[in-house]
Design a protein around this ligand. Structure first.
Ligand code: ATP
Length: 240
């Protein structure tokens, strides 16, 4: 039990959620390591949403709202950290959830689907896998034909650089959530939200409630004004 007045309470609670996810077979060992890297970057930005992150989040939500066929790709860490928020966001932006794992096993896919269903998700893809991302070998290239393969826009919280690049090469608009502004994922995504998924997804929910009343032209203006490279430079300069 972590005392609420512990100065690192929130960070420790996030670790707890991942450990519980690991014990129940949702999170893989590599996911725990990836979280460690994320934590280090989170520390450097003060464990809060920066101005640059919020700017990217706004562009991301506008992009998802104008998308024709948006998909939210969910891995083990995301399912362990923000299951209810992912379900709510998918409803708000009318996107389908696809469980898509870098370290894929059928057992883990099934466990994550059951976990998300317990949080209210109805339609979840990822079980039937028919297509491969061109250029990405074996298990980690597998995607659902009716999901990521068909999507025009994919939200990928915590994606690997290779796959992100390959999705962009397929002509998709890729929105990444990644605490490391220097990662290949951050550099190759169309829009990168450099923030912790535990803050970014709730921010996306709030913004989706605001932006959904805008018309397409207004949403397009938000999207066109956004420059990912410039925004990443602002993150690195720590221009809060
Ligand atoms: P790349 O392949 O993109 O160059 P990588 O190999 O470092 O990057 P992975 O190990 O595939 O990336 O994934 C870990 C990434 O996820 C790290 O960049 C880390 O910062 C990020 N990350 C981990 N936990 C979180 C979190 N809770 N919220 C946001 N980002 C996170």
């Amino acid at each position: 039990m972590i005392p609420k007045d512990h100065p690192r309470y929130l960070s420790l609670m996030i670790r707890e959620r991942l450990v519980r996810g690991y014990e129940s077979g949702i999170v893989c060992t590599q996911g725990l390591i990836a979280h460690g890297r994320g934590e280090a970057f989170d520390y450097l930005i003060g464990e809060k949403t920066t101005k640059a992150a919020m700017y990217a989040t706004r562009a991301a939500v506008a992009t998802l709202l104008v998308a024709k066929y948006p998909i939210i790709s969910v891995n083990g860490n995301t399912a362990a950290l923000v299951p209810d928020e992912i379900v709510l966001l998918s409803e708000n932006i009318n996107a389908i959830i696809e469980v898509n794992l870098f370290h894929r096993t059928e057992e883990r896919v099934n466990k994550i689907i059951a976990h998300l269903k317990a949080y209210g998700a109805t339609k979840i893809l990822g079980k039937r896998v028919y297509k491969s991302i061109p250029g990405i070998e074996h298990e980690r290239g597998k995607v659902d034909e009716e999901g990521i393969y068909r999507a025009d826009t994919v939200l990928v919280p915590l994606e690997d650089g290779d796959r992100c690049e390959a999705l962009v090469r397929m002509g998709k608009t890729v929105i990444a959530i990644d605490l490391n502004p220097l990662s290949r994922t951050s550099k190759t995504a169309t829009i990168t939200v450099v923030d912790n998924v535990v803050r970014a997804v709730p921010n996306m929910i709030k913004l989706s409630e605001e932006l959904r009343y805008m018309n397409k032209r207004e949403l397009k203006e938000i999207i066109d004004a956004f420059d990912n490279e410039l925004n990443l430079q602002n993150v690195i300069k720590h221009d809060n």
